[in-house]
Design a protein around this ligand. Structure first.
Ligand code: NAD
Length: 718
């Protein structure tokens, strides 16, 4: 043993081969954290000084190879300024270069995940042998709004060619070992059991002079082998293409290509400099800070969800859903897909047929896309048991109620179901708006009841709100979170109130929209603007997708719940659409008209009829208003309501609130969430912006906690 650290160790074998082993103590995965970087530095010194080493083998003692740099360390580094960022990169770049320059050949055995800094380390070795178990190999940095910073943009194009480098880096895609082999990123792929032998064999061949490892190093250290015209073409075309794909809110993919372009005719050290400069630029953008913030928040969410799951008295083996409509069908599909058998009960055969045909459609698409085999599809369908009766409900661990959004119907369905299940079965309602405490009044065992609010379409939307009513027990919450985890969803536990968290803040945003339209602002302009701001769809389009009837109904529940600020004293554009029977996408007419496109999907087109219908309720003289003011009038009500939810403890942390919006509404991830957005503009600026519109509605009044934040110059995040 030559070195024993807390992340790395170095052993010398009798045949003159040294082995560097990654095994970060106290963690389930290897990360390239500051500790690993400093230990690598020490190990390289030992290797450089040793006289009798013939070759270096690198392995991992864990299932993964290296997941990448430690993202939890990014915040402090990025905030320290460009020089510190470049200095931070230089430390490990020096390591990777020293590794590349060792006086003997190096081979890495990639036994599992090799991402980001992990793959960049591998690229600094002479040969890369991967196991078939290494299912994730790639450079995902651009997904965090940054670019590879430890030589990825320098070595990948020189090892695998520019096209592969652009494809891998710009999309941040994770590749399998086989894909990495095809792309020439790794040299060979073998069964896990043969990995060590294969790597050693390669190393011995190189030691024996049968492989020219020095030529490989020259290729990595020299300029890219492209002539001027080729390089112009390749870089300009890919910048245009990648820029179009990523959109203007996500600058990192194009920045990575620019770094490669700038470095194309340069040797290694200068090329690394170009990379570091672009990295520092990206690391300081709000986008990178938001995306890294989302990663950190996501860790918190996972941790909380796991700790709830641990508190559950049992695992969910069997589930049931009541109502086989849009939501019930989606819930049954998702449960079955992820392996939990589910009974799907409806009162009408037609409902069941619809639910099953939806599941069938989704599964067939997966088979078409080769994401599953026909046999696997059969297994999933077999896990859904359609029924019109309650047979076997005494054996299910959880029942999700997803019948029509009507309090009386829900209460009676829940009360009936309670008599059919065992004493410990958890009942959960998928209601969008109705108070859980209120629904619980119909039950004998209100402690076994909570909300489990999915979003439409269930298979696409990651969020599930788990709602705790006044009498809900910890175990009911825990089982429900455990079920959400098993379904591959992100559960956030919130307290009961009308609309819970997401709809409670979405309706104020839509109220902001209704007031703008009333005052004479064209909704198509608002839609375009909010989409440019980053929302996946503007508010009018969103209302069409949700369904105008659903929205009108939910809005009423919200107005009853919070009359002081959500009750309207004017007829809104949504009311007009509803009265005219324009229900949105579901009947092909709403704020827009919908026509089926070539793929059979509803495509929106402008609707002169809708505009005409709105004339009577729209101000005769249209309001002259700037784009910024439109955005403020839309966003302030959502933000003040979210701050109120945090203040009231409806949601525990700002991080969970922000993630609920990203996962539940498609809030632009590059903005990191509403609280992150307020942090960026500053709480006082936000309050000043809100004050400008205070005469419109109480929704523009920031709650006390937010005012205090501004007064004390505090942030929601650190
Ligand atoms: P839907 O009308 O598509 O489906 C309701 C189904 O329930 C129908 O198939 C109906 O036959 C069935 N049903 C009615 N009474 C029943 C009973 N006594 N027992 C069993 N089945 C019964 O409605 P949906 O859009 O799926 O909504 C269901 C619930 O989910 C509502 O509470 C809604 O607020 C909520 N939700 C809907 C959305 C959405 O976007 N659609 C999103 C989140 C939550």
């Amino acid at each position: 043993l030559m070195f024993q650290g807390k992340a790395l160790s170095l052993t010398k074998h009798s045949d003159g081969i040294a082995e560097l082993i990654f095994d970060l103590q106290g963690e389930s995965v290897n990360k390239f954290n500051l500790l690993a970087v400093s230990e690598l530095d020490q190990i390289l010194t030992l290797l450089e000084q040793a006289k009798d080493i013939k070759g270096l083998l690198v392995t991992s003692a864990k299932d993964v190879f290296i997941v990448g740099a430690d993202i939890m360390e990014f915040g402090a580094v990025f905030a320290a300024g460009p020089e510190q960022i470049i200095g931070h990169l230089a430390n490990n770049n020096r390591n990777n270069c020293r590794l590349e320059d060792l006086p003997f050949p190096t081979v890495v055995a990639i036994n599992g995940i090799a991402l980001g800094g992990g793959l960049e380390f591998c690229l600094s070795c002479d040969y890369r042998i991967a196991s078939t178990a290494a299912s994730k190999i790639g450079l995902p940095e651009t997904k965090l709004g940054i670019i590879p910073g430890w030589g990825g943009t320098v070595r990948l194009p020189r090892v695998a060619g520019l096209d592969t480098a652009v494809e891998w880096i710009a999309a941040g895609k994770e590749n399998t070992a086989e894909q990495a082999l095809t792309a020439r990123v790794v040299d060979a792929v073998v069964e896990p059991a043969k990995l060590r032998d294969a790597a050693l064999h390669t190393l011995n061949q190189a030691i024996a002079g049968k492989f020219d490892y020095k030529a490989r190093r020259e290729q990595k250290k020299g300029p890219l082998k492209l002539n001027f015209i080729e390089s112009m073409m390749a870089f300009e075309t890919s910048k245009a293409f990648v820029g179009g794909q990523a959109g203007r809110n996500y600058p990192a993919p194009v920045s990575a290509i620019k770094a490669m372009q700038k470095a194309a005719d340069k040797g290694r050290d200068e090329a690394l400099q170009a990379e570091a400069e672009n990295f520092a630029k990206m690391a300081q953008t709000p986008v990178a800070q938001s995306l890294v913030g989302i990663f950190v928040n996501e860790q918190l969410l996972t941790k909380k969800a796991k700790s709830w799951e641990k508190k559950a008295d049992k695992k969910i083996a069997r589930a049931a859903v009541l109502g086989a409509g849009i939501m019930g069908g989606g819930i049954a599909y998702q449960s079955a897909l992820k392996g939990t058998a589910i009974k799907m009960k409806d009162i009408a055969q037609a409902g069941i047929d619809l639910g099953l045909s939806e599941a069938n459609k989704l599964l067939s698409k997966r088979v078409e896309r080769k994401k599953m085999t026909a046999a696997e599809m059969g297994d999933v369908l077999n896990r859904i048991e359609p029924t019109l009766v309650y047979d076997g409900f005494d054996k299910v661990d959880i029942v999700v109620e997803a019948v029509v959004e009507n309090p009386k119907v829900k209460q009676s369905v829940l009360a009936e179901a309670e008599t059919k299940v065992s004493a410990d079965t958890v009942l959960a309602s998928n209601t969008s708006t109705i108070s859980i405490t209120y629904l619980a009044e119909a039950l004998q065992r209100p402690e076994n009841f909570c909300g489990m609010h999915f979003f439409n379409p269930v298979h696409m939307m990651p969020l599930v709100e788990v709602i705790r009513g006044a009498k809900t027990s910890d175990n009911a919450v825990a089982r429900t979170v455990a079920y959400a985890n098993a379904m591959g969803k992100k559960a956030i536990v919130v307290k009961d109130c009308p609309g819970f968290l997401v709809n409670r803040v979405l309706f104020p945003y839509l109220a902001g929209f209704a007031m703008l339209v009333r005052d004479g602002v064209d909704y198509q302009r608002i839609d375009k603007l909010m989409e440019t701001w980053g929302w996946p769809m503007g508010p009018a389009y969103l209302l069409d997708v949700v369904g105008i009837d659903t929205a009108v109904h939910a809005e009423k529940v919200m107005a009853d719940g919070f009359p002081d600020r959500m009750k309207r004293d004017f007829k809104s554009c949504t009311d007009v659409m509803f009265a005219a029977g324009r229900l949105g996408q579901k009947n092909s007419k709403g704020f827009y008209n919908y026509e089926l496109d070539k793929k059979g999907k509803p495509a929106k087109v402008a609707s002169p009829e809708a505009l005409e219908l709105l004339k009577p309720i729209v101000a005769a003289t249209p309001l002259e208003i700037s784009d910024d003011d439109i955005i403020a009038r839309m966003m302030v009500p959502m933000a003040t309501e979210l701050a109120r939810c945090l203040e009231e403890g409806i949601v525990e942390t700002a991080a969970e609130a922000d993630m609920a919006l990203v996962y539940g509404t498609g809030f632009p991830p590059f903005r990191g969430g509403v609280f992150r957005w307020i942090d960026f503009i500053g709480a006082q600026t936000f309050i000043d912006m809100a004050a400008k519109f205070s005469s419109l509605s109480a929704l523009y009044e920031p709650p006390a906690s937010l005012k205090a934040k501004a007064a004390n110059n505090q942030r929601f995040y650190g």
